[in-house]
Ligand binder design. Structure first.
Ligand code: SF4
Length: 398
């Protein structure tokens, strides 16, 4: 089976105390010996990722993590790593060993609830210690989903997989629509893709390919041209396109070249809707109008080492934002899966396109900014705003 783009994989993280049997459980779930299994507490130090085809859901990544009761300075670092993985997880399994639910587990469960991550309490090692009535009562009182297994004897594993599938976020269970709901069979869609120095050699980028594929899946007609060939393309058609989708970076030129009566949007806006919450990102973009001298803007990238994104996030967006607002803004940059600890000090977060994140993870980034009372938008929506064409680019969704 073809591999799903990395951003689309569901992430399931196994947490719990040392020696709760997390490594054995992950082995049982994927039917392989991926993690070293030992009776010595604390064998897993750094999170171990394992890809697996969890049918009918599709590709998932299981993370095996260090014990939440790990000790010492190193132990604390390992717990911090576990929490970071947890933060971008779609589902967590809180694995309980023969000691039953401890205070460590209870505190960790509170963290998971605060992150709003769906989770299952998994009572492992049922071959040596049955779950106590006290722990069952604890789960009932706190309305926690729980399940009993023995990783060693592979008992209850198939049923646990069913529970995981049932708990998967709807957005991952149902087919997601990028452009399909905006077009009808037979529609003509014109895509604009600049081929500049930043474009990869010999191929289109994934968002362009995904949109083109969905156009074909919907029995519509797709035509892709560079921004310099728009007029020629429009003249060569016997009818007007039903929709034009452009790369954000040339949206101003395209908006001028494409007559007002032809609906227009951008790949970034399609993906902002597909990945997360377009309404919230638009609301965040409108906050740009309120920025004042000295306000702090966080440019947040979800991963490092991407030169193209560096150029957009670190050079172009700060320049456009300064030109648009006419204000003396204070830009700061972050990259990686986590926001800076002092997120509250920023007036707005401009998030990257999140091509490496799935919808849950991007949703959680939006949620965290909201929870901490900071406006958030993303590059694509912000670029259309800064170019003065956001309202036009949102019309196809009304
Ligand atoms: S859009 Fe974000 S996640 Fe994708 S490559 Fe750029 S920085 Fe990384």
């Amino acid at each position: 089976m073809a591999k799903a783009p990395r951003g689309e994989r569901m992430i399931i993280t196994l947490t719990g105390k040392r020696n709760a049997g997390k490594s054995s459980l992950i082995n049982a779930l994927i039917n392989q010996d991926v993690a070293i299994v030992s009776d010595v507490a604390g064998t897993t130090t750094d999170p171990v990722a394992k890809s697996y085809e969890l049918l009918p859901l599709g590709p998932v990544t299981f993370y095996d993590t260090a014990g939440i009761d790990d000790v010492g300075e190193l132990g604390e670092k390992r717990i911090a790593k576990t929490k970071k993985i947890l933060f971008r997880s779609d589902i967590a399994l809180v694995v309980i060993g023969e000691q039953g639910i401890t205070d460590y587990d209870k505190n960790f469960i509170k963290d998971i609830q605060q992150y709003r991550i769906p989770f299952i309490v998994v009572f492992n090692k049922q071959d040596i210690q049955k779950v106590s009535q006290k722990d069952i009562d604890y789960c009932h009182v706190n309305k926690l989903k729980y399940y009993q297994v023995s990783a060693k004897e592979k008992a209850g594993i198939a049923e646990l997989k069913d529970q995981i599938i049932a708990l998967a976020p709807d957005i991952l269970k149902h087919e997601k629509v990028l452009i399909g709901d905006l077009i009808n069979p037979g529609d003509l869609v014109l895509l604009i893709a600049p081929i500049d120095l930043a474009a990869p050699k010999g191929r289109l980028i994934l968002p362009q390919v995904q949109v083109l594929r969905e156009i074909l899946d919907n029995d519509a007609l797709g035509m892709i041209v560079k921004e310099r060939e728009i007029e020629e393309a429009l003249h060569s058609f016997a009818r007007k396109p039903d929709l034009v989708v452009t790369d954000s970076q040339v949206v101003l030129k395209v908006s001028g070249d494409v007559p007002e009566d032809i609906p227009l949007t951008t790949f970034s806006i399609l993906f902002a809707r597909y990945k997360g919450d377009l309404d919230k990102l638009v609301e965040g973009a409108r906050k740009i109008d309120n920025l004042k001298d000295g306000d702090k803007v966080l440019i947040a990238e979800s991963c490092s080492h991407n030169i193209n994104c560096d150029d957009i996030g670190r050079v172009k967006i700060p320049r456009w934002l300064t030109q648009y607002t006419g204000k003396n803004l204070d830009f700061e940059f972050s990259s990686g899966h986590d926001y800076p600890d002092d997120l509250e000090k920023y007036d707005v977060v401009l998030h990257c396109g999140a091509c490496m994140l799935n919808q849950q993870a991007m949703g959680r980034r939006i949620l965290e900014a909201e929870r901490r009372n900071v406006a958030i938008t993303n590059y694509g929506v912000a670029i259309s705003k800064l170019q003065g064409v956001l309202d036009r680019c949102l019309e196809p969704f009304e």
